[in-house]
Write a protein that binds this ligand. Structure first.
Ligand code: F6R
Length: 608
């Protein structure tokens, strides 16, 4: 989704702003632009498509500047076009970049048109430039103008602005959309994503909602929502360049799939000891709090929601707790009833997903015991706004399609199920068994990754189809859903998942020789039932791809039976997901799609 980078320096900033845009490409975008202060004018370049095209314009025009703002846009209001790309300007003087959505843009736009402002885009963002210009022309400083503009704006925003009349300062503002300041030597930066400036500094200040800041090469000043100057903590983060480069892999997604054994070790390490989970791994006081929990509510989106669906099963079977799960985008609109002693759990890779954050904010008004997040980004809004947290330590996930984040979320959620059971004095033997299996998990995942050759062999027979059906039962239904999501988002093949028992209640009508049916058949009490469901598919000509325990044997006719590594049943959802990731990747590779940045998608969905 949209990305902001801004810089004030004693050296030329054009190149480093474009490098920063490249670093944010993984987020998903459709156009890019830059505005560079040049003393008497502002160079303004925009292009539709890849940042590379903007870079080519920069090479041609060679603008020199020590103060600038740049942006990658993911279209919300108005198609991807040069006119809609950021930065937006007002009268060749005020230039802005904006992430988020201005909800009252129609009325604000009308009032600015009435004041004589011309609009050249269909965006909700352009009006911010005009609003700032309006207030600056009334004699206000940039900071004052930003506060006055904020009073008018409803919605979520991170804004960076420059004004032709000031060649050394840029002004930024944050409300419900991430924004941070990066501290350099003789230069300062602002960005919506630390990865954009990770090659320039390791010192970051994460702004809070309501903050406005002015930034020059030498200093920054931060003011809170009451306009008082405030000091915010400096966070030191060393994001190694190895973590943000593809190395020898063809795509970030491929790299992230094969990083999973190591990523899962990082989630588990230091959190288990002997035959149990350690106390308070979700924060001081978490173990005590867990003994009071009587009910769980999960909210999340997409892949993170699928992790939650698997975990709901574990909370019930290991910690004996009922669990309700909602799409974050739906939760606050169903007027949820909150039982006493309920724990709210959010799950998110980025920690910046707008719907999940909005659900957390909504839930704060309700009578939850506490909120807890399973998240991959310790500096994210979700991490800062939750009472308790467990960071998955997966390292930066750059591919839009989530892989290692999902696997580590599952490992983190298993730790949570175990912690809840421990605090409630439940199932010590089972806990010991699961801890043993968790220790073996990185090895088991490494073994599952060896199915790559088999996936390469079967990928062509799926790559030439328009649809695919994924089947699972029980705890494997969410894994089937995740498999279908992965395939559709990176290969653009329409894929759906069903609990296998539902097949004959409708979807069986879809089965013919053009419908690959991908089924998960671990050894379990329902494996036999699943196999009868698969017989129904076979009898109707569907091609079967069955991922199964070595003990499962069935005649798949022209299809494929893929035996998975043996592991404890509680680890199977995690392990069976691995070949589905590889299969999607290999199918997408054959179809030549943009695997790391699939069309229309964004990595961090910061608008509701
Ligand atoms: C799919 C995918 C998305 C995210 C969803 C939530 O591969 O990555 O479905 O899971 O957008 O994002 P986070 O986890 O950052 O809240």
């Amino acid at each position: 989704m949209c990305g902001i980078i801004a810089a004030a320096s004693t050296r030329n900033v054009g190149k480093l702003l474009v490098q920063g845009l490249h670093k944010m490409e993984y987020r998903g975008y459709d156009s890019a632009g830059i505005a560079l202060h040049q003393e008497n004018s502002i160079a303004h370049l925009r292009s539709v498509g890849k940042v590379q095209l903007l870079e080519e314009k920069m090479i041609e025009e060679k603008p020199k500047s020590k103060l600038g703002i740049a942006h990658t846009r993911w279209a919300t209001h108005g198609e991807p076009s040069e006119a809609n790309a950021h930065p937006h300007k007002s009268k060749e003087s005020v230039y802005i970049v904006h992430n988020g959505i201005i909800e009252n843009y129609v009325e604000l736009k009308e009032s600015l048109i009435a004041k004589g402002y011309d609009f050249t885009s269909q965006t909700d963002s352009e009006l911010i430039a005009h609003l700032l210009d309006f207030f600056i022309n009334k004699g206000n400083s940039m900071i004052e103008a930003m506060y006055l503009a904020k009073e008018k704006l409803d919605g979520a925003y991170a804004i960076a602005a420059i004004d032709l009349k000031d060649n050394s300062n840029l002004v930024v503002a944050r409300n419900k959309s991430p924004l941070l300041i990066g501290l350099g030597t003789d230069e300062m930066f602002a960005a919506s994503d630390p990865l954009a400036i990770a090659q320039l500094t390791n010192d970051f200040i994460f702004l809070e909602d309501g903050d406005v800041a002015s930034i020059s090469a030498e200093e920054y000043k931060i003011y809170d929502s009451s306009k008082a100057e405030v000091t915010r903590d400096v966070t030191h983060i060393d994001i190694s360049s190895q973590a943000t480069s593809k190395g020898d892999f063809r795509h970030f997604m491929e790299k992230e799939i094969y990083e999973q054994p190591e990523a899962v070790s990082s989630t588990i390490d230091g959190r288990i000891g002997g035959e149990d989970v350690l106390d308070n791994i979700f924060g001081l006081g978490s173990s005590d709090l867990f003994s009071k929990v009587e009910r769980i509510q999960i909210v999340a989106c997409g892949t993170s929601l699928h992790a939650g669906r698997v975990a709901a099963n574990w909370f019930s079977s290991i910690a004996e707790l009922p669990c309700q799960i909602d799409y974050a985008s739906e939760y606050r609109y169903r007027n949820p009833h909150v039982d006493k002693n309920s724990l709210l759990i959010t799950i998110s890779q980025s920690g910046e997903t707008a719907d999940t954050l909005a659900a957390l904010n909504y839930a704060r008004e309700k009578d939850y015991l506490a909120s807890l997040t399973i998240c991959n980004v310790p500096t994210s809004s979700l991490a800062r706004e939750s009472d308790f947290s467990l960071f998955t330590n997966a390292g930066p996930e750059i591919g839009v399609a989530s892989t290692k984040a999902f696997t580590t979320q599952l490992a983190g959620l298993m730790l949570l199920a175990l912690s809840l059971a421990k605090s409630r004095n439940l199932n010590p033997l089972l806990r010991g068994r699961i801890i043993k299996a968790l220790r073996l998990l990185p090895e088991t995942i490494a073994e599952a990754l060896l199915c790559k050759e088999k996936m390469i062999e079967i990928a062509p027979s799926i790559a030439n189809k328009d649809n695919a059906l994924f089947l699972g039962r029980g705890i494997f239904y969410p894994i089937a859903k995740e498999g279908a999501l992965k395939l559709k988002e990176i290969s653009y093949i329409h894929a759906e998942a069903y609990p296998a028992g539902e097949l004959k209640h409708g979807p069986l009508a879809l089965i013919d020789e053009n419908m690959p049916v991908i089924a998960l058949a671990p050894e379990s009490e329902i494996a036999e039932k699943l196999i009868s469901n698969l017989e129904e598919v076979k009898a109707r000509g569907g091609t079967l791809y069955v991922f199964a325990d070595p003990s499962v044997n069935m005649d798949v006719k022209a299809g494929h039976l893929i035996h998975m590594p043996k592991c404890d049943f509680f680890m199977t959802p995690i392990v069976y997901n691995i070949p589905l990731q590889i299969l999607s990747y290999e199918v997408a590779l054959l179809r030549g799609t943009d695997i790391d940045q699939p069309r229309n998608l964004a990595k961090s969905v910061t608008v509701e």
